[in-house]
Design a protein around this ligand. Structure first.
Ligand code: GUN
Length: 288
């Protein structure tokens, strides 16, 4: 899609629909072979945003023709009971993918839970085994949001080879894996974060900017080189209730050659890649 100033608006709704369509076709093919693809989603507590995400994941499963199991557990669930549920789902041959929505209540250790899910069923790509496979450039489950970013760049024929890519943010879920994926795609990668000195100068040198800081309008037009590709991972809720990314979209879009909007950019890609990961899990578990 071409927007103002020949700027390309990268349409996450369109790209995620294409990924989900592909996943649905694979689910249908597997069904013909007697395999029903199934994703189990666990939510502990009543965080409103998490409830929406989990609901959307269930809807996406239905749209792709997958079976979905949903476990909504009270906030005071004991860690050992959550571990028992995960052990049961690990052992259940009819379950291909398992996901425990984060954040978890404070009395539950996220690393313990993430590590309890079998790496073969870890469709979030959060297990240390999958993180290690990504680090060493080997095949494993990729975290859905960074995988979605790479899918968007591929869809738009944006070549990363030799480009300067600046990732802003160093979380385990987005910043770090996005940096590793860009490195694997032959980009020269810089990771900036809250302690970076001269962040503006670093970002200004970027051909591709991936903003994953969680601060509204953090990336301003004076930080962006003319013609840069700008990927905005932020989903920030403003006081007026509006959703806003990490990038000052209005100003930055006059300089960028391509940019993702919020909403309708990276957001919809996360669930689409989850559907893709679950199909990959089902195929692998059935030797396909
Ligand atoms: N919380 C925020 N994003 C995610 C995600 O991609 N997966 C899970 N499990 N929890 C999240």
């Amino acid at each position: 899609m071409v927007g103002i100033n020949n700027m390309k608006l990268i349409n996450g709704k369109e790209i995620s629909a294409a990924v989900k369509e592909r996943a649905a076709a694979e689910v249908a093919k597997l069904k013909e072979q007697g395999i029903e693809v199934c994703l189990a989603v666990i939510l502990v507590g009543d965080d409103p945003a998490s409830q929406v995400y989990v609901g959307n994941k269930k809807k996406a499963c239905e749209a792709c023709g997958m079976r979905s199991l949903e476990y909504r557990l009270p906030a005071d669930t004991k860690q050992e009971d959550l571990l028992k549920l995960i052990a049961n789902l690990n052992a259940d041959k009819t379950v291909n993918g398992i996901l425990c929505q984060l954040p978890l209540p404070k009395h539950i250790d996220e690393d313990t839970i993430t590590s309890a899910i079998l790496p073969e069923k870890d469709v979030d790509g959060f297990h240390p085994v999958n993180a290690g496979l990504l680090l060493s450039g080997k095949e494993g489950f990729l975290p859905c949001t960074p995988a979605g970013i790479m899918e968007m760049l591929k869809y738009e024929n944006i070549d990363c080879k030799g480009k300067n890519c600046v990732v802003i943010g160093r979380s385990n879920i987005v910043g770090k894996p996005a940096a590793l994926l860009m490195l694997a795609a032959d980009a020269t990668v810089t990771v900036c974060h809250s302690r970076t000195v001269n962040l503006k100068e670093a970002v200004k040198a970027a051909d591709i900017i991936i903003a994953a800081v969680g601060r509204p309008n953090f990336v301003t037009a004076d930080m962006v080189k003319d013609g840069a590709v700008v990927i905005d991972v932020g989903i920030n809720r403003l006081e007026n209730g509006k959703l806003c990314g990490d990038v000052d979209f209005e100003a930055v879009s006059t300089k960028a050659s391509a940019i993702t909007p919020v909403p309708g950019g990276v957001g919809p890609m996360t669930i689409a890649m989850l559907m893709q990961n679950t199909v990959i899990a089902a195929k692998k578990q059935n030797g396909i």
